[in-house]
Design a protein around this ligand. Structure first.
Ligand code: ADP
Length: 461
C-alpha cells in the first residue's frame, strides 16, 4: 500500500488522548495511521532564520515534518496573500480584498520553499494530498522539481464565481496551478460549478462532466465535490457522556429554564455574526412574550488578529452586542451572551445538546462543520432545530434543516420563532433525516472517497 503524505498550512500534532483535535484532524490522523503516513507543513512558529531542515518527529505510527516561517513569509504568504487576499476573495468579499503584488510573490516563494523541502522527504509511491488555499501552487512547484507522484488537492473554502475570481490579478496563475494536480476536490456542487464556469469561459477548457474530467492549461485532471464530514460517532458519544454532562451544569443553572439558542464560530466576517445579532434583535422586538425567556449564546474566539479586517469585525460585534443588550436586558436577564473564547470539543458537544436552536448563518462558508456537530450532539428523543444559511456548503446536504438567507433578517427572525416553537414530532422527523446524512457522509467516508479517486490517477478520456 502507498504511503499517504498530507500537506497543510498548519500541522496539528494530536496528543495521545486526541482531546483538542478537531474533526478534520481526527479524520486525517485516522488516514495517516492506516497508511503509515507523513504530515508536512508549517510548525506555527515564526523566527528570523528558519531552517530548511524540517523538524522530524513521530507518534502513534505517524511521522511529522514541520518548518518555521520567516517574519516576511508570515506577513506576505500567510497574513497577506492567503488571509487578506484569497480568503476574502473566495468568500465573495471583494470589498475586503487587499491586492498587493508583493504578497503574491511571498505566497509563491513560500510554496516553492515548501516544495523543495518536501521533495527530499518523498518516496516514489507516496500519495500526496494537499489541503486548502494556502498551498494551491504546491503541485506545480513539485512537478517542476521532477516529482511524478499522484497529487490531490482539496479546497476547504468555497470557490468563487467567475466574475469574482477574475478580479484577482493573478487568477490565471492560480487556476493553472490547480491544473497541475491529478485530483481537485471541492466542498459542494456550487463550487464545482463555479470552477467549471471559470474553466469554460476563461480558458476555453473542456469539462467532461460524466467522467469528472477537465482538460485545461494543457493538463487533464479530475474535479469533483467531496463534501467534508465530521467524526459523527465521536460527537454523539461526547454529547451524551455523563462524565461530560457536568460541564454544562453552570450553563443549565444559569438559564433557569430559558430556551437556549447557540452560535459557535471563529470570529470571522464570513460567519455573518452582525446580521445574526440583528436578526435576534428583530426577533425580540417582535416577540415580547419571548423576552426574558430566551438567550443567545454566541461563542466566537478571535482569530487572525494580525489581519486588519479582523479588528474591524471584532469592534463592530462588540458594539452590536452591547447595544442590543443595553436595549433589552433586565436585572436578571441579558439576551446575548457573547464569549470570545474557545472551549474543548467535549464542552461544545454538551452545550449543543442543551440548545433548542443551533443558529448557523454564515454569509459564505465552504461547508460549516459546526452545523453538523450541532445536529450530531442532539438528544434523539428531544432534539433541537438547526437554522442554517443557504450560503453554507452544508445547506446542499442538510436539506431538512430550516434553511435561511442570512441577509434577510426579517425571515431569520421569523424562522427563529418557528424553530423555538416547533413541535417535538416535527423536530424529531427533521433531526432524523438530517442525522442520516451526517452519519452516512462522515469524515472517514470523505477521506476514503477522495483517496480512492486519487489512487486511480493519472486520468485520460
Ligand atoms: P471554519 O473552518 O471556517 O472555522 P467550520 O465550522 O467548518 O468553520 O469549522 C470550525 C471547527 O472549529 C469546528 O469543528 C468547531 O467545533 C471548531 N470550533 C469553532 N469554534 C470553536 C470554539 N469556540 N471552541 C472550540 N472549537 C471551536
Amino acid at each position: 500500500m502507498s504511503r499517504l503524505v498530507i500537506v497543510s498550512n498548519r500541522v496539528t500534532k494530536v496528543n495521545h488522548r486526541g482531546a483538542q483535535a478537531g474533526g478534520l484532524v481526527v479524520g486525517l490522523v485516522g488516514a495517516l495511521k492506516e497508511m503509515s503516513g507523513l504530515w508536512f507543513g508549517w510548525s506555527g512558529d515564526v523566527n528570523e532564520n528558519p531552517s530548511d531542515e524540517p523538524r522530524l518527529s513521530s507518534s502513534d505510527g505517524i511521522s511529522y515534518a514541520t518548518v518555521d516561517l520567516s517574519p516576511r513569509d508570515y506577513a506576505e504568504y500567510y497574513n497577506g496573500f492567503s488571509n487578506a487576499m484569497l480568503w476574502p476573495l473566495f468568500h465573495y468579499r471583494l470589498d475586503l480584498v487587499e491586492f498587493h503584488r508583493r504578497d503574491y510573490r511571498g505566497y509563491r516563494r513560500a510554496n516553492t520553499r515548501f516544495a523543495k523541502i518536501l521533495t527530499n522527504l518523498l518516496e516514489p509511491d507516496d500519495l500526496i494530498w494537499v489541503h486548502d488555499y494556502h498551498l494551491i501552487p504546491l503541485a506545480e512547484e513539485l512537478r517542476r522539481l521532477g516529482v511524478r507522484n499522484k497529487i490531490g488537492f482539496f479546497l476547504h473554502t468555497p470557490f468563487p464565481s467567475h466574475q469574482i475570481m477574475v478580479a484577482l490579478p493573478q487568477h490565471r496563475e492560480i487556476v493553472s496551478a490547480l491544473s497541475a494536480y491529478d485530483v481537485v476536490g471541492f466542498q459542494s456542487a456550487i463550487d464545482l460549478r463555479t470552477f467549471s464556469h471559470y474553466i469554460k469561459f476563461e480558458t476555453h477548457g473542456v469539462f467532461q462532466e460524466d467522467k469528472h474530467l477537465i482538460r485545461a492549461f494543457r493538463h487533464m485532471f479530475y474535479a469533483d465535490k467531496f463534501p467534508i464530514g465530521i467524526d459523527t460517532a465521536n460527537v454523539e458519544a461526547m454529547a451524551r457522556s455523563r462524565e461530560h454532562a457536568a460541564r454544562a451544569e453552570r450553563l443549565t443553572e444559569s438559564l433557569r429554564g430559558r430556551s437556549l439558542i447557540i452560535g459557535v464560530d471563529r470570529l470571522d466576517y464570513s460567519k455573518g455574526l452582525v446580521h445574526r445579532f440583528r436578526s435576534f434583535e428583530l426577533f425580540l422586538n417582535r416577540n415580547k412574550d419571548w423576552r426574558s425567556k430566551v438567550v443567545l449564546l454566541q461563542i466566537a474566539p478571535r482569530t487572525r488578529e494580525d489581519v486588519a479586517q479582523y479588528e474591524e469585525i471584532r469592534h463592530e460585534l462588540e458594539s452590536e452586542a452591547g447595544r442590543i443588550n443595553g436595549a433589552f436586558a433586565e436585572v436578571d436577564w441579558v439576551p446575548i451572551r457573547y464569549l470570545n473564547r474557545s472551549f474543548t470539543r467535549e464542552t461544545l458537544a454538551v452545550f449543543y445538546r442543551q440548545a433548542r436552536v443551533g443558529l448557523v448563518t454564515p454569509l459564505r462558508d465552504g461547508m460549516n462543520l459546526v452545523a453538523k456537530e450541532y445536529v450530531a450532539a442532539q438528544n434523539p428523543t428531544d432534539p433541537g432545530v438547526l437554522v442554517l444559511s443557504r450560503f453554507a456548503g452544508a445547506a446542499e446536504q442538510l436539506t431538512d434543516s430550516l434553511i435561511v438567507n442570512p441577509y434577510d433578517e426579517d425571515r431569520v427572525a421569523a424562522t427563529l420563532g418557528r424553530a423555538l416553537e416547533m413541535s417535538r414530532k416535527e423536530r424529531r422527523a427533521r433531526w432524523k433525516a438530517t442525522m442520516n446524512v451526517i452519519r452516512r457522509h462522515d469524515i472517514d467516508a470523505w477521506r476514503r472517497n477522495f483517496l480512492r479517486v486519487l489512487a486511480r490517477a493519472p486520468f485520460s478520456l
